[in-house]
Design a protein around this ligand. Structure first.
Ligand code: F0G
Length: 408
């Protein structure tokens, strides 16, 4: 079983242990495998769900036939996230895959378990990333587990409180870059190349392999009844790329025959992918990004080329929603008892918009990906919900009197 890196632009091949992320021609690299198992592998995957082995329990390594090989993965285990049915007027089959249930509260753990494992296998002593918050939290945690030094580059003052707290607590060295995420990203690419630090942004093709399992795991949970749509937020476009690749590989292996359509949803103030999609992907213009959903406040997504391939392969679409639509959708998700951070709510906001436009029908089977946990961004809560508490004395009679009025 051969594994190697291949340029998606010119097809040039590099060994898997090469730490480059771009080909000499400038194209992005992706991981390729010489062979996938046939459809009967799904029975093995099903058996592993009942196993006590950490690698089988991991919702990432359980699907290791579609990942790089390692003799000693760094795993929590992660990826044991639930698929919920969500009741929203007009929709019969709306599901929510809550990636905020991962160990550090976001989908990044799926990529990071593979990325940090590879860093360790390569003998790397230090890892780095630029981040809008979740990548840094996840990388710091996995680096701590693996005993590797972590450096994170964050856009100054634009990180949600929960995420920054995690990076600090897990012991990463933090650089606050006076600029936005795109500036931090440019910086970390140069720094890591020059100083031999292993880069763990989604520019890293090995990390993206782990994120493929969001799709594999979801289809497994649906008993391989393929949905019509998978809807996800888009920022740096790592997930859009990974989802497209997962679907291409599952199809190639004969595990699926039908392919769900991907719909990537961007925040209108940070929507270069959407703008490119609208003009048939003929041009791509980076933008100066601004949105309340800080996780996807990205103006120059590094994975544009791969994400484009993912949308084209699945006959997918790209849409953009306003900050108001994002926060309204977050309110619905929060009040359903599921909850999420603002960027994640872009998926529901997108579905509601596409439904109104008649693109998505209420009878279709739809999976929304919630990328991050509600606790990541506590400061946004008063902007979404009325924060009303009732001040009371500690006298039982006072409280009883108030309760009598308000209990239904
Ligand atoms: N949702 C959340 C909660 C995120 O943290 C991110 C990206 C995205 C969506 C977008 O995913 O980049 O694959 O399109 N966060 C990165 C970070 C950029 O640094 O944590 P994408």
């Amino acid at each position: 079983m051969k594994q190697y890196l291949k340029c998606i632009r010119c097809g040039r091949v590099y060994p898997l242990h090469d730490t480059r992320f771009r080909c000499d021609c400038g194209g992005l690299l992706e991981v390729r495998y010489s062979h996938f198992p046939g459809p009967s592998i799904v029975d093995t995957w099903e058996k592993r769900t009942g196993s006590r082995e950490p690698l089988d329990q991991s919702g990432v390594w359980r699907y290791r036939e579609f990942l790089i090989r390692s003799s000693n993965p760094v795993t929590y285990p992660e990826g044991r996230t639930n698929l919920y049915k969500l009741g929203v007027d007009g929709f019969e089959n709306l599901y929510v895959k809550h990636e905020g249930e991962n160990p550090t509260g976001s989908f990044k753990d799926r990529g990071m378990t593979v990325g940090i494992t590879h860093a360790k296998d390569l003998g790397m002593k230090a890892v780095a990333c630029a981040s809008t918050g979740n990548t840094s939290a996840s990388m710091a945690a996995y680096a701590a587990r693996a005993g590797i030094k972590a450096f994170v580059f964050l856009p100054s003052g634009r990180i949600a409180a929960g995420k920054l707290a995690q990076a600090v607590a897990y012991g990463a060295t933090i650089f606050e870059v006076m600029g936005d995420f795109d500036d931090a990203m440019n910086m970390v690419v140069k720094v890591s190349k020059e100083l031999g630090i292993y880069l763990l942004n989604s520019l890293n093709p090995v990390r993206l392999e782990g994120q493929k399992t969001i799709v594999i795991d979801t289809l497994h949970q649906l008993d391989w009844e393929i949905p019509d749509w998978i809807i996800l937020p888009g920022g740096n476009l790592g997930n859009t790329s990974a989802f497209g690749k997962a679907l291409m590989e599952l199809k190639e292996a004969g595990i699926i025959t039908k392919v769900p359509r991907l719909a990537t949803i961007q925040a209108l103030g940070a929507a270069p992918f959407f703008r490119s999609f609208v003009n048939g992907f003929k041009t791509f213009q980076p933008v100066k990004a601004e949105t309340v959903a800080t996780a996807i406040r990205i103006g120059n997504p590094v994975n544009f080329e791969k994400a484009k391939a993912g949308i084209q392969f699945t006959k997918g679409i790209v849409e953009a929603v306003t900050d108001r639509e994002i926060l309204d959708a977050k309110r619905i998700l929060d009040r359903s008892g599921i909850g999420c951070e603002p960027a994640s709510a872009a998926s529901l906001a997108g579905v509601l918009k596409l439904y109104k436009m008649g693109v998505i029908k209420g009878y279709e089977r739809i999976v929304l990906i919630l990328t991050g946990n509600l606790l990541k961004d506590p400061e946004i809560v008063p902007k979404v919900h009325d924060v009303r508490s009732i001040r009371v004395s500690s006298r039982f009679e006072d409280i009883r009197g108030i309760l009598k009025e308000v209990i239904p």
